[in-house]
Design a protein around this ligand. Sequence first.
Ligand code: ZN
Length: 503
Amino acid sequence: MRITFCQGVLAVAIAVNLLILYYISRLQQRILHRHRDHVQPGSRQQLGLLKPGVTVLIREFEDFENYVPDVVRSFVRQKPELPVVVAADRLPYPPMVLPSAPNIQVVLLKPSPDQPALVFRPETYVRTEYVALVPDGVRADSTSQLERMVEELKDSQNQAQMVAAPVNSLAPLRCLNLKVSLKEWTAEYTAAPPASTLCGALRGELVLLLRTRDLFNLSVPLAKPSLTSLFVQTSLRGWAVRVLDVSFSALHRPLLTSSHNQWKADNLAKSHRTQLFQDFGIKRVILEDGKQQWFGCGKETPRCFGTIHDDTPEYLYQNRWTPPCCLKALRETAKYVINILEASGVRYWLEGGTLLGAARYQDLIPWDYDVDLGVYLEDIPNCELLRNAESGSVVDEKGFVWEKAIEGDFYRVQYSERNHLHVDLWPFYPKNGLMTKDTWMDHRQDIEFPEHFLKPLVPIQFAGFLALAPNDYRSFLELKFGEGVIENPEYPNPALKSMKKGN
Ligand code: ZN
């Protein structure tokens, strides 16, 4: 093939152009790199190694009354170059007068729109390998306290990721086990066996030392209340804390001098705790004495989850099960409704997923979102509340709401006017030996069944009481859901969210 002169010139011109473009882009990249190095010397340093030693980090103190300057002085008196970081949500007011030295810094955690995010991250300021979380009112008595803590942490190898020293040796720390299940929205504290030195959580006043890298790899390193937040996060990672026989003394007792300030501090602590558990999605806390604290929905609040789409509640997509407050309210509503049905002579039986839960767990299925009961249509007039619900919704004396469902010919009892957790009542009537009804939902289990399953009804353990179920409920359930349904748990709509796929 012959190439004309013009074609040759064109080819050379294109080649030269490409070369020029290549060099320009190389040059631009080089300039960009140099620029980046120039404007952010800190970022390189940040990725680099931490210095040996400990930074004292003070996070827990009250604006309105604190001894932070004294705490800081007591530490730097022992070791003048000791880095100290005071981390506050916003600028302390009244102003905090700290010794002025480059190693003592106040860090504000609340971003200001005119500053880069880096400025509000405490990890920007903690540049040592170890960090000691020191509460207000602690006095350092010697240089060796922090050093010993570091040595003990190093000696703990992989057994403990944190070490703790009590403040005031007269008040020993309480060593607890802590089990957090995000799936069940629950944190459970139990007392550790006496003489345990490895704990999941601690109660008491303490200085906590850990690796800086570990602290800032937590999800929310400096959430308040510090220790509650830390131990919830560390127990999810399987970390332990070792209690040392090192102790610190207290600067001032009591820490807060007036009962009014104490009251203010207690209220703040309580609201931080509530906020923390809400942020972490923990709705039930079981304390070591067995007491329970609830942070989820109640009669006066909306229920914890929104409208259900395709039988798959939102919490399943979050890899969680029904919030325990909701399970509790469903059990309570079911028991209440069943009592009323029994007292008024309405024959009922546990239906669908509710019966399945009773057969499998003697309780609700842990990811279920409502309760289903079958009732004899002809018995409905026996119950005054159901009769009255025909003409509109009725709030009964206990605050439960009885109504005829708008979706079809069935009844619904809601936990309250605000909280729409509910029990559905499905009226069936016999026809040629089969139990049938007029409204059908698009569910596999929503089918006609032989009446002999209801003759007689049999008692079954359910949610802490005895309820009535179809006789031979295994066959009843297998007829509705398929063979082996009791033994093989699965989410309601496996096409969307399946248990077996491991997610
Ligand atoms: Zn709830």
